[in-house]
Design a protein around this ligand. Structure first.
Ligand code: ZN
Ligand code: ZN
Length: 585
């Protein structure tokens, strides 16, 4: 695991120097959505980047232009660990697979994980979770040698430019069934419910949420994955564990990959979009399987640990949902699809903590902008993880397959304990898009990425602003023993049609305006902190009163010891608040 990494950067965490303490809830209202901005808040930039902006290529990186300083330390030599993907060693449990989640069918799993290069060893649904088992090796070769400033390992004598495999398992709450995930009512980044759901509060750790004085809180883990990619790699937030955008920290490669100080498999800190990465324009397929259809809904690229699926970036606003604004968590709902995340490109802004050449990131007193590539979820989880009983629990039996299960994916050569005969005929997987201007209908409508039962049909039609060609006759999808029969629907845009831009819904009374780290700590912790502070103040006041009284009486001798005690208490508290280090994970 990458949780316990060495300390690299000494910086202030959730406390601050008064000069930069700049987040007095500067709220600005732009249109209907609420925006919270900070002194050097990420995403306050004004640049927009082309939708197909890619940082592909062996010698290019996703880092900012000012990342010109390259670390020269030798490469760390990590020792390969024993690989235990998990799928082979699990004992099956008595349960019934939940197949009402369309992601759980054989065809859907095959479409997702097999299409990602077959790096996942096994994928199946239990009655509660979608379970993935993999080694962490990606479906492409990481370009770690291109990272300007990879994390330092081994006492800062080397840099992490290599990786090793390691057995990893993930469990994703399902959209249906007894363990179905629930969504929060708001999508604010300092989401109060999920802030309280982190067992260890704010700070640096897999069970702590991201938080710094400069940027406030983000309802995502600071040193652990927020999701997993379809090829079985951990997907961390776009931030490092100090809440800094990884591109301005100059520590990700051209596919937004990163290896932390402890080594192990590479993990993602951003959108792996590019010819040499997880997915590219080739993976945007239309109704007829045509590749490179930028008007298709972006392809599935992973799942978030709170439950919803994660799709690629939009390459065209005309794609389904392309004009439905993403919320702060990086997700939206459209076309009868359940809430889901998308990768996207944001404009970040350098700050005093950026790396690289200061002469390039601070020009004429102005911090420069750079592109950042959140993979999704972006700044929070929309799923209410507090409702997931075993969210933080990694016990083996939670991952165990249901005995005699029939819908699953097993990589060639991998045997899943207790698995039944593979069912490839009961369901068909609907495509990631129905074609330009085509959408599902409300009655028996087809849903993008859904599963269709054998013998069933669903309907599609032209979306608003499009019209059907005169030669079109079939408007239904049919599933015939695992084989999907697609219609030949042709929808063309109406002349002179203007598209209505869908605005995000204002969060109203459910908005959580608190952005300080301490305000959303676990209540018990907060009470203890307050008690300590109040206790210290009372002690100091008592000491002062005694001191005054003693001085008046001229008995200073008894005071020295008490005064010393008060002094040491102050030092201790200062240590707690200022002494936190931030490691690079
Ligand atoms: Zn979408
Ligand atoms: Zn990392």
């Amino acid at each position: 695991m990458l949780i316990f990494s060495l300390l690299l950067l000494h910086t202030l965490l959730c406390t601050g120097t008064s000069s930069s303490f700049n987040f007095g809830l500067h709220r600005s209202r732009r249109g209907a959505s609420s925006v919270v901005t900070f002194g050097d808040e990420p995403y306050q930039g004004t640049n927009t980047y082309p939708l197909d902006y890619a940082c592909d290529g062996l010698k290019s990186t996703c880092n900012a232009d000012f990342c010109t300083v390259v670390a020269t330390e030798p490469t760390c030599d990590f020792i390969a660990k024993t690989v235990k993907p998990g799928a082979e060693s699990q004992t099956c449990q008595t349960c019934t697979q939940e197949l009402n989640d369309p992601r759980c069918t054989t065809q859907a799993l095959k479409r997702a994980v097999h299409a990602a290069g077959g790096q996942v060893h096994a994928a199946y649904c239990t009655d509660k979770y979608l379970v993935l088992s993999a080694t962490g090796a990606g479906s492409w070769q990481p370009n770690l040698e291109d990272i300007p400033m990879p994390p330092a390992g081994d006492g800062n004598t080397c840099r992490t430019r290599t990786w090793t495999v390691e057995g990893r398992n993930w469990k994703i709450p399902l959209v249906a069934g007894s363990g179905a995930y629930e969504l929060l009512t708001n999508s604010h980044r300092s989401n109060n419910n999920n802030g309280n759901a982190f067992p260890q509060g704010a700070g640096d750790g897999a069970e702590k949420y991201l938080c710094t004085t400069d940027r406030g809180a983000f309802g995502l883990p600071s040193a652990g994955p927020a999701g997993v990619s379809i090829d079985g790699q951990d997907a961390f937030p776009v931030f490092n564990n100090g809440a800094l955008l990884t591109p301005s920290w100059c520590e990700v490669d051209s596919c937004n990959e990163h290896v932390g100080q402890g080594g192990g498999p590479p993990h993602l800190h951003g959108d792996p979009f590019g010819e040499k990465c997880l997915y590219s324009q080739q993976n945007y397929t239309g109704i007829d399987g045509t590749a490179s259809s930028i008007n298709a809904h972006p392809p599935l690229i992973g799942w978030s640990l709170d439950g919803p699926s994660n799709y690629g970036r939009y390459l065209s606003l005309d794609a389904p949902g392309g004009r439905v604004e993403l919320d702060e968590c990086g997700g939206h709902t459209h076309d009868n699809m359940p809430y889901h995340y998308h990768a996207r490109i944001q404009s970040g802004k350098a700050n005093r903590q950026s790396r690289g050449d200061e002469a390039l990131y601070l020009i004429g007193g102005e911090y420069q902008e750079f592109p950042a590539f959140p993979m999704g979820p972006d700044q929070c989880w929309k799923g209410d993880v507090s409702k997931q009983t075993d969210f933080w629990n990694n016990k083996n039996d939670l991952y165990a397959p249901c005995c005699s299960m029939t819908n699953y994916y097993a990589r060639e050569g991998v045997t899943i304990n207790g698995a039944g005969t593979l069912d490839t005929e009961s369901y068909c997987a609907l495509p990631s898009d129905f074609g330009l201007g085509v959408t599902g209908t409300s009655t028996d409508g087809c849903i993008i990425h859904d599963s269709l039962k054998n013998g069933k049909t669903c309907n599609v039609e032209c979306a608003e602003g499009y019209e059907m060609s005169s030669t079109t006759s079939v408007t239904t999808f049919t599933c015939n023993k695992g084989a999907l029969v697609a219609p030949t629907l042709q929808c063309t845009a109406k002349a002179g049609h203007t598209f209505a831009v869908t605005k995000a819904i204002p969060c109203g009374t459910n908005c959580v305006e608190t952005t300080s780290c301490t305000a959303i700590l676990v209540v018990e912790t907060w009470v203890i902190v307050v008690a300590i502070i109040v206790g210290a103040i009372v002690l100091i006041v008592v000491v002062a009163v005694v001191y005054v009284k003693c001085c008046k009486k001229g008995t200073a001798a008894t005071m020295d010891g008490t005064k010393g005690l008060a002094k040491s208490k102050e030092v201790e508290m200062a240590d707690v608040e200022d002494g936190k280090n931030v490691a690079s994970v």
